[in-house]
Ligand binder design. Structure first.
Ligand code: NAI
Length: 426
């Protein structure tokens, strides 16, 4: 085996693109709770898919790094520096779910990883697998990829608790210097700040548009609450359109432009410009207010393809849309910085302490995240083999108990039986 520290095994980022050697070192965090039950199977399935896809010419050199309870028990730290260094150096990694430490000074290990590497996109693809039970009549119409901004918004963690001296200072500033008279119950209010910037918006929307162009997808929808929060969420919409019109005028057509043509030359001209743009294969950039969007996802999900949205909206949207396809337990995710290449792929569920150690956990969320990782490093052949095998398993009702119990004629398999059947199918 190749020396794990060999420079030739390190993925690098050259001229805006990943340079992936045939045997890249990929750091992984096993995860706590059910992380221990699923991570090894995920690695085994990925190894087999890679082996058969490239006749043994490519292989992943897995490098375990510590985080969470395992790290705390072994080295007395929840997130050791070596782990951060590994993700920094090797660029692409994957992680199982981690216990959120209580009262240890780190709010969440996931948030710490995202902030440290400035992973500004939270990428969540949502699709339905035939056979999986869902509350929708036509789940096959749901096929979206959500780009959730990961570093700003009310999630930036800038808030002050009611009754503290810090809060008093903030109140004093707002009321006496800024003339704010709208705080309904100032004495008992906590206050949070919501930063949304041009840079933060543009890098997120740019990533979403580039993804749509690369994957020949029809539209990017900016989801926001700009009708109420005019400068933050409204800014997101304005700057998003501005970016599309400035940087992607050859490859996109915006609803903004449509409306301008409509006002200046009438509806017919606007429709004609839209039709021409669509026949030229341009991506339609549109926007919708978040509450209307959530309603529309249920009524006409086929109208949406790529979604670009702020942090809090993205949190709600990701879980709602995953639940619409019955897949909250199998929804994959990734946190990515497209400017540096850094990316961490992850199971989106938690450590499920209620079922940990019982060999019944569903490995699919982490497995589909691994498929996203294979796509990201350009090894899509291996990823699509895993997806096809999963499609076959779900179609015949073979799944772990969390899904099988709701399937028509479902067969409940243990984690190990599910993984082994999948490996044989590959
Ligand atoms: P959870 O996602 O661990 O569990 C919620 C429910 O879903 C439980 O009934 C569980 O049995 C079930 N479930 C989750 N994943 C499953 C799987 N793969 N297969 C079958 N059933 C599954 O959420 P909970 O209980 O709120 O959190 C437990 C711990 O996980 C906490 O410490 C929390 O902070 C942490 N957490 C970590 C996350 C991460 O590392 N990305 C995300 C969410 C929670």
């Amino acid at each position: 085996m190749t020396n794990q520290d060999d420079f030739s095994n390190v993925i690098s980022f050259v001229n805006g693109a990943l340079d992936v050697p045939s045997s890249p070192i990929i750091p992984y965090i096993e995860g706590d709770g059910i992380g221990i039950d699923i991570t090894n199977y995920v690695k085994e399935i990925v190894d087999k898919a890679v082996y058969i896809s490239y006749s043994g010419d490519r292989t992943i050199l897995w490098k375990e790094v510590l985080a969470g309870e395992k790290a705390y028990n072994k080295v007395g730290q929840w997130l050791p520096n070596e782990t951060m260094d590994a993700f920094r150096k090797y660029l692409v990694g994957i992680k199982g779910p981690l216990t959120t430490p209580i009262g240890e000074g780190i709010r969440s290990l996931n948030v710490a990883l995202r902030q440290e590497l400035d992973l500004y996109v939270c990428l969540r693809p949502v699709r339905w697998f035939e056979g999986v039970a869902t509350p929708l009549l036509h789940p096959e119409k749901v096929h979206v990829t959500i780009f959730r901004e990961n570093t700003e918004d009310i999630y930036a963690g800038i808030e002050w608790a009611a009754g503290t001296p810090e809060l008093k200072k903030v109140l004093n500033f707002l009321q006496n210097e800024m003339g704010v008279a709208k705080i309904r119950f100032p004495e008992s209010s906590s206050i949070g700040v919501k930063p949304v910037s041009v840079e933060g918006t543009e890098r997120l929307v740019r990533a979403a548009i580039e993804y749509a162009i690369e994957n020949k997808l029809p539209s990017v929808t900016l989801v926001h609450k700009g009708n109420i929060m005019k400068f933050t969420e409204g800014g997101f919409k304005k700057w998003g359109y501005g970016l599309a019109e400035r940087e992607f005028s050859d490859t996109t057509f915006t609803e903004n432009t449509f409306n301008k043509i409509k006002v200046e030359k009438g509806l017919e001209s606007a429709v004609s410009a839209y039709n021409t743009a669509m026949t030229e294969g341009k991506v339609f950039i549109k926007d919708v207010i978040a509450d209307a969007f959530l309603q529309n996802t249920l009524l006409k999900p086929e109208e949406y393809s790529v979604i670009a949205t702020l942090n809090l909206n993205g949190d709600y949207i990701s879980d709602q849309m995953a639940a619409m396809v019955g897949g909250i337990g199998i929804a994959p995710g990734a946190n990515i910085n497209y400017k540096t290449g850094h990316a961490i792929f992850e199971a989106t569920h938690g450590t499920a302490p209620d079922i940990a150690g019982q060999n019944i956990a569903n490995p699919c969320s982490m497995l589909l995240s691994a498929v996203m990782m294979l796509d990201y490093i350009g090894w899509s052949e291996a990823g699509s083999k895993i997806t096809k095998s999963l499609e076959m398993m779900f179609k015949k009702g073979h799944a772990t108990n969390d899904l099988a119990r709701f399937m028509h004629d479902g067969t409940s398999l243990s984690t190990s039986d599910f993984a082994n059947e999948l490996i044989n199918l590959l």
